[in-house]
Design a protein around this ligand. Structure first.
Ligand code: SAM
Ligand code: ZN
Ligand code: ZN
Length: 326
């Protein structure tokens, strides 16, 4: 599968390059300054920005403190009339760094390392942010409270609007079998921030430990994290499935990115991609049983919070030895 970002740029980096650099990616150099911006009180942005030098807070190493970048964005939003002088840094929106992994310190950002999700935004302001704030690679309009994608078969899909730049970002997931790189177009995929060791991965390990090279059905695969982890752990075969096409496509992309050569079939329904010992489907879980001719050791069901998993279990229980609700 060819790995070219929808935007045409080289947003998908080689995993070797990220592996070598991600731990130092957001660390300040010895010359980077510390900033203490007030996040919850009205920014009074002119006063705060006076702390900054002619380089607008950018160190010679090319990085800027996250708060300085957010203040820069807020300043543009105020000029564009989207925010007022009374707005605080918290009002800007959600900063989604890329590549993301759990950090102990506030990150110092380099170019194209931030996607902004903001409830109030318009196209002109988004484009101005992309042009003037080098750290920002994409600007999305949407509400963090709404889950992106399809919650279950009966719900209407929700997506964030990409108003400027590119929203492809990468989450770095630590697993007992190695690091996994999960890329996603964040406007079409739900936000799931990496934790030092994800409870889902811990749960998966407990299940996989009971089997030798199991066959796994990842029924609601999202961007593919659990099934890819299972392949790394030595699963004999993994079938991925999601009802939301952007999720199934993202899984296919992430398989290729994580060195599982993948053939994308160009379809948007049913079987969409294949590899040596895996397939990727885009189907409602209730219909999947009609097309699968295999049985599995484990069926993984991971639904969004608040979604009842009963119908998911009923749909697949005859296919496997064990249904696992993650
Ligand atoms: C919590 S997410 C899965 C996250 C994924 N396991 C991971 O670790 O990244 C839930 C997924 O269930 C999918 N889903 C919802 N209803 C479905 C259905 N009826 N059939 C198949 N997938 C469904 C959603 O599209 C979403 O991607
Ligand atoms: Zn891109
Ligand atoms: Zn520096």
């Amino acid at each position: 599968m060819e790995l070219i970002c929808k935007c045409g740029d080289d947003c998908i980096k080689s995993t070797n390059i990220i592996s070598e650099s991600f731990k130092s990616h957001f660390k300040p150099c010895d010359n980077c300054k510390e900033y203490k911006f007030k996040k919850y009180s009205p920014l009074k942005i002119q006063i705060e920005l006076k702390q900054l030098d002619a380089n607008f807070g950018k160190c010679n190493c090319g990085k800027r403190h996250l708060d300085v970048v957010m203040a820069h964005i807020l300043k543009i939003m105020i000029v564009e009339g989207i925010k007022t002088e009374e707005s605080t840094l918290r009002d800007v929106g959600v900063p989604l760094i890329t590549p993301a992994y759990p950090l102990d310190e506030v990150p110092y950002l380099s170019e194209n390392s931030l996607v902004i999700l903001s409830k109030e935004m318009d196209k002109k302001c988004a484009e101005k942010i992309i042009n003037e704030v080098p750290e920002v690679k994409g600007v999305l309009k949407g509400d963090l409270k709404n889950t992106v994608g399809i919650k279950d078969s009966n719900s209407t899909p929700y997506t964030y609007d990409l108003l400027g730049g590119c929203d492809l970002r990468c989450d770095i997931i630590n697993t007992p079998w190695g690091i996994i790189f999960i890329y996603k177009y964040q406007g079409q995929m739900h936000i799931e921030l990496p934790k030092p060791l994800s409870p889902k991965i811990i749960h998966l390990k407990k299940v996989l430990d009971k089997y030798d090279n199991p066959k796994v059905l990842d029924c609601t695969c999202g961007p593919g994290t659990l099934g890819i982890a299972a392949l790394l752990a030595g699963a004999n075969r993994v079938v991925f499935n999601d009802v939301w096409y952007p999720a199934s496509y993202t899984t296919a992309m992430n398989l290729e990115i994580n060195d599982f050569p993948t053939e994308y079939l160009g379809t948007k329904k049913g079987l969409i991609a294949t590899g040596d010992n895996f397939e990727v489907y885009c189907m409602d879980i209730k219909d999947l049983i009609k097309v699968l001719d295999d049985s599995f050791d484990i069926c993984l069901i991971d639904v969004f919070p608040g979604v009842d998993s009963t119908s998911f279990i009923e749909a697949v229980e005859s296919l496997c030895l064990e249904v696992v609700i993650i």
